[in-house]
Ligand binder design. Structure first.
Ligand SMILES: Nc1ncnc2c1ncn2[C@@H]1O[C@H](COP(=O)(O)OP(=O)(O)OP(=O)(O)O)[C@@H](O)[C@H]1O
Length: 318
């Protein structure tokens, strides 16, 4: 069975790689959550990440976006490797004089994930499975917050509210309004985030992510909990984002959505890449169907045997 319908042609050709993940592995103690996964995302491409619950999708996403430092493997973004710094050398028989170690090498002693702000500045933005808006701020204010990583006013300029601060604030406000218009929330500028309908809150999150001027946006279950009309609007919005020159990576359980949206799909099962290919290749691979619904041997006789499920929203994580 196929669920692919005709999709709008991209207005730009697919370009150079923006994100290259190679051999990404993530362990949590004894649990191998992601095992040696590779993924390349090119300019103007929409890539889907699918897999049954617990397959490692969110963990892999967190490795790509810098929230987790992978146990091993490398993530290159816009051609720049995000390598752990070199550990300081200690001569045999000598102990380490911490005060003599250069600051950048100290970091290798206690490896930390890359700073999220640095990742955002480099041009990567994301949304989360569970909505993380500032509930008591207006839609416009939420988007303006996303924009502040691109402004230069320091603490003193902000306190004094001088001409430079006012100019930047004006530009930030104008850009935030533009983005609200872009995602279809132009009339909700002054609405408090907490009072907005669910689908609008999800679009607001995307507007806030876009406010950081990303090259790549990663969306974690953008349609979870949406009705069919909101899901259709979300798909149109993602095509529009792609046509504005961005690359998109999206995790979804809704197969119809993924296969109609994406240029390529990677299916993870138990932390490993099962298959990567076009939507047609992935949806017709019997291993994908088996991974979702089992072989049928131990299953309920009534379980569907010829299709992957349309929509099974995942559990929310903290
Ligand atoms: N912080 C963590 N500490 C320990 N184990 C974790 C952590 N995060 C995830 N895991 C485990 O890693 C495995 C992969 O989880 P992950 O959330 O990445 O899967 P997923 O494919 O995103 O699942 P879902 O579709 O349900 O969101 C699971 O077994 C999960 O329990």
């Amino acid at each position: 069975m196929t669920v692919t319908e005709s999709r709008p042609e991209a207005t730009r050709p697919i370009g150079e790689p923006v994100l290259e993940a190679s051999g990404v592995t993530m362990r949590f103690g004894g649990l191998l959550a992601v095992n040696d996964v590779n993924l390349t995302v090119r300019e103007g491409e929409i890539v889907g990440l699918i897999g049954p619950n617990g397959a490692g999708k969110t963990t892999f996403f967190n490795c790509l976006t810098g929230l987790y430092k992978p146990t091993s493997g490398q993530v290159r973004f816009a051609g720049v490797p995000r390598k752990a710094p070199k550990a300081p050398k200690v001569k045999k028989g000598e102990s380490l004089d911490l005060e003599a170690v250069p600051v950048q090498e100290l970091a290798a002693l206690t490896p930390l994930p890359p700073k999220p702000r640095a990742v955002v500045r480099a041009g990567m933005a994301r949304t989360f499975q569970n909505i993380r808006l500032f509930a008591n701020m207006t839609a416009l204010e939420n988007v303006m917050v996303g924009r502040y990583c691109r402004t230069s006013a320091g603490a003193l300029t902000s306190v004094l509210r001088g001409p430079k601060f006012r100019r930047e604030e004006e530009a930030t406000r104008a850009r935030a309004q533009e983005l609200l218009d872009f995602v279809g929330l132009g009339k909700s500028t002054e609405h408090l985030a907490r009072n907005m309908p669910y689908g609008d809150q999800r679009r607001l999150e995307i507007a806030r992510a876009l406010a950081t001027d990303p090259k790549l946006i990663l969306l974690d279950e953008p349609t979870a909990g949406m009705n069919p009309q909101e899901t259709r609007q979300a798909m149109d919005l993602i095509f529009k984002i792609r046509d504005s020159g961005l690359s998109v990576v999206v995790i979804e359980h809704d197969m119809r959505f993924i296969f109609n949206l994406c240029d390529r799909v990677l299916c993870l099962v138990q932390g490993q890449a099962l298959i990567e290919g076009t939507p047609d290749e992935v949806q017709s691979d019997p291993r994908v169907i088996e991974a979702y619904i089992g072989t049928g041997e131990d299953d309920d006789e009534d379980a569907p045997q010829d299709a992957v499920p349309d929509s099974t929203p995942g559990e929310e994580k903290p």
